[in-house]
Design a protein around this ligand. Structure first.
Ligand SMILES: [Zn+2]
Length: 113
């Protein structure tokens, strides 16, 4: 049964469990979103910095249209508790999904590298 107690988060608000938790929360209110993945060991496109996906500290949220993506972006922006460091939407390569990662970002070389 849903109650306040089992909605409480006990871990650190970043990393793969947190990314998945936030996605589940988003999907409850925005049912047409799809998870396009958390893990992806690679540098940021056009950069030597490792993507937060390399630590499982990011999630790509697929959206069916620009209007729907705007709605989800607004939903994310209203919820400071999601602990989002970066949100990418309507920038290069981000017209069909929203990228979010969580603070503090991981730095250096990821374990997968
Ligand atoms: Zn991403």
């Amino acid at each position: 049964m849903a109650n306040k107690k089992n909605k409480r988060w006990h871990g650190r608000k970043r990393g793969p469990k947190w990314a998945n938790y936030v996605f589940v929360r988003v999907k409850l209110r925005n049912p047409r979103v799809k998870s396009l993945g958390i893990w992806n060991c690679r540098p940021i496109a056009g950069s030597s910095t490792w993507s937060q996906h390399s630590w499982g500290n990011a999630v790509d949220i697929g959206v069916p249209s620009l209007a729907y993506g705007d709605q989800v972006r607004n939903y994310l922006n209203r919820h400071k508790r999601f602990n989002i460091e970066h949100l990418l939407w309507r920038v290069e390569n981000h017209y069909d999904h929203i990228h979010i990662d969580f603070r503090p970002n991981y730095t250096g070389k990821p374990p997968c590298a």
